[in-house]
Design a protein around this ligand. Structure first.
Ligand SMILES: *Cc1c(COP(=O)(O)O)cnc(C)c1O
Length: 417
């Protein structure tokens, strides 16, 4: 497909209508999408795309998986919402399943929310209750990493580094501090600055997704775990992007090459329900879990049965179709073929499983993304010089071949963004 052949008549018209009625927080949509099947999606003019973004690491089992459709349809016909005065079977099964997949100890508990930001709000509120329980005479602190991303709500934003998205909303929640990623000395210094109060918690991603898919050094991750143990602080691992099979394990913390540590809290969202809005947090162990009591936190939609059914269906497909193994194998294939493809625009490729980024020799990521889109491939300009690739976990060997075929042809002389 060449750009000249793409008809975008309906897309253009609908995008005009979109712009008139939507808040301008996302920029102009690239296309208006109509339907999807597996790893492919079609726009309203009938143009077909191979999707290597998957709704930002959300559509883990691809579009319109029959098992997902059946589970969500059946649940919709049965009961779609009940409120938290009541419980439903799917939410009970999903919570138990998540505790099992995370390998969390006996007594661990799950809180469900509806998004990644809400998952992190829950973790940060629990961290605050834990901080209070330390009983120090100084305020406790929460440490986050430079370049980390945890969401857009006020608490999650307080832990999000990027000044352009955080500073307009200051003052935010007090006593958050940022430490450079992979700088264990700086982390130790932050812990030892006890004059400004004890550290209650550290929150971090093991692969900094929005920052450009930057894996942390395993030694740093293990060092942070030790510092938390030594100073009685709780480690929150934000697996909103890395979780639910994306990196080839259920959770990135289970990978030795990302530290292989046990967190105190894990947050999840994006891929957990295969496209249904759903998120949450697992608190490891009884003591931490018990800091929340009735009334201290909640959400009307929390544990919603439709979302829970979607989650169970998604996890079921990942298990039955052996998608953790596929994520690892296709990820290796993708990185190998990108390295071998000979495009002089590509400096390097990094990532784990199916969360990867190509680093470009000059900052033209938006132009490269647009070029790929015009040639039938959806990718994402995650940083000025980095393209993120996060296809559905059901991606095939042939899909990867096709994607690399397009990537290899991206002109290396695109203008800077
Ligand atoms: C996307 C993301 C979030 C925020 O999730 P939302 O569902 O957009 O609120 C938080 N943390 C990480 C690591 C993410 O990638």
């Amino acid at each position: 497909m060449t750009s000249e052949q793409i008809d975008l008549t309906h897309d253009t018209e609908l995008i005009g209508e979109y712009e008139q009625v939507h808040m301008h927080v996302f920029g102009t949509p690239l296309r208006v999408l109509d339907h999807g099947q597996g790893t492919h999606v079609w726009d309203v003019d009938g143009n077909e795309y191979l999707d290597f973004l998957a709704g930002i690491a959300v559509n883990s089992i691809g579009y319109a998986h029959p098992a997902w459709i059946e589970a969500v349809s059946a649940q919709a016909a049965q009961v779609a919402h009940v409120s938290n005065y009541f419980a439903t079977r799917p939410q009970i099964s999903l919570a138990a399943k998540l505790v099992e997949l995370a390998g969390a100890p006996q007594g661990s508990h799950v809180y469900f929310g509806n998004s990644g930001a809400e998952a992190n709000e829950a973790a940060l509120k629990l961290a605050k209750l834990y901080g209070r329980s330390l009983g120090a005479d100084k305020p406790y602190r929460i440490i986050a990493l430079e370049h980390g991303f945890h969401g857009r709500t006020m608490g999650a934003l307080s832990a999000t580094w990027k000044p352009a998205i955080r500073e307009p909303f200051q003052p935010l929640v007090p006593n958050f501090e940022f430490v450079p990623a992979n700088d264990l000395d700086a982390m130790r210094a932050a812990f030892e600055a006890t004059d400004s109060g004890p550290v209650a918690s550290v929150i971090m991603e093991l692969i900094q997704g929005e920052a450009g898919v930057l894996p942390l050094d395993p030694e740093f991750v293990r060092g942070v775990r030790s510092l938390c143990d030594e100073h009685h602080a709780k480690l929150i691992v934000d697996e909103v992007q890395t979780g639910m099979g994306r990196t080839g394990k259920w959770f990135a913390f289970q990978r030795d090459d990302l530290g292989g540590i046990t967190p105190d809290m894990v947050t999840f969202a994006k891929g957990v329900a295969g496209g249904f809005p759903m998120g949450g947090m697992i608190a490891f162990g009884e003591e931490l879990s018990n800091l929340f009591s009735p009334g201290t936190h909640g959400s009307t939609f929390a544990g919603n049965p439709l979302g829970a059914a979607a989650g169970l269906a998604t996890i079921g497909v990942i298990e039955r179709e052996d998608l953790l193994v596929n994520a690892e194998a296709r990820g290796e294939q993708l990185r190998r073929q990108i390295r071998a493809c000979g495009n002089p625009l590509f400096e390097s490729v990094r990532g784990r499983g199916l969360l990867n980024a190509i680093v470009l020799t000059h900052p033209c990521a938006h132009a490269a993304m647009d070029w790929a889109l015009e040639h039938g491939l959806i990718i994402n300009a995650v940083a000025p010089n980095a393209l993120r690739l996060a296809p559905p976990l059901v991606v095939s060997e042939n899909d990867v071949d096709e994607a690399v075929h397009v990537l290899a042809a991206i002109p290396s002389d695109l203008p800077n963004d």
